[in-house]
Design a protein. Sequence first.
Length: 402
Amino acid sequence: MAWKNKQEIITMIFCVFIAFVLWIYVMGEQNPTQTRVIEDIPVYFTNLDNLEQNNLTIVPNQTFAVNLTITGRAMDVFKAKPEDFRLEADLGGYIKKGINNVPVEVKSAPKGVSVLYERGIPYVKVKIDSLLEKTVPVSLNITGQPKEGFGYVNPNIKPSEILIRGPETYVAKAIGAVINVDLSKRDTDFSASLPIKVIDSYGDSVQYLNIEPKYIDVYFPIKPSKEVPVIVKTKGEVPDNKILHSISPMPASVKIIGEKDIINAVDYIETEPMDLSKINLSTYKDINLIIPEGISLANNIKSITVDIKVENKIEKTLSVDLQIHNVNNDYDYLVYPTKINVTVMGSESIINSLSSDSIIAYVDVSDKQEGEYQIPIKLDLPNNVALKRKHINEATVNINKK
């Protein structure tokens, strides 16, 4: 049985060999006519300058290729490849913005094959857009910070604008150009010629544009720096019926940058005077800073915001127990009256929170002997509370020996 199977396998191999030999003979000697479709043959454009002369351009990200049906002797047909053909589409005719069907001409083909135009002349779909140009501003995207105790001042970029050119679809998206600069740990000046990235309103890169120039010269002077407080200068007073609760600069401090001897002589930065007489309500105001000559501020700050808290001024009358201070244990003391009325004034939030226990009224009997005395009444008031009226100025104190 095994011998019989071996004979069958040998017979099959012999048959395949004979078939192959016959195919070689037919192809080599007879070489019959064959037809075949060659796919994805690239198309090249001519007269591209015609587009530019008419302010038009090809929209990017398009593939231009066609399929061709060819005929010829089998040997020639089956060895033909897409790169053996030269196909051209002429853009010198009438081309408009939008989709254009441009005829394709076969300029060269492999020897021994012919192109069949069973479905007519092939063409490619070409999307055309207007060719636009415009200038956009160049900005800096600074990453990293200079070495501790240093900062950068007045960066210089040349040029400050660039010219972009390309399809209207992409040019219209562009709003500016950005240069990425890393100043991490630097303590010396930075100078470089850096590439540009064109961006849209979302900060994403816009491609397929011609940029002129492609590089921008960037220079950052790096100088010593230090942090100093901001002092808000004022003039005038708030109206009589108001209380100035607080004035808070935002930020409370700024980084000054300059030559070492200059910044060492500066202990604070002042604002321009703010007129309090015009402040009736709590508000925020932008106030310019007074920057000394030779000093720059980090991030090119020119002004700050001031948080101004103003409250209504109100009055309140409280009945307060009258105390006796510095008594001698050898004596008995009687004071009249035992309570006094005190009218105080201040900001609404503070005055409304006061109680009789918030104020201390007392007479001081230091070094007083037996007898009757008229002693001035003294008051201890909470912070930010002012005395409007003390209804009684003196108290009668009787001192008797025990």
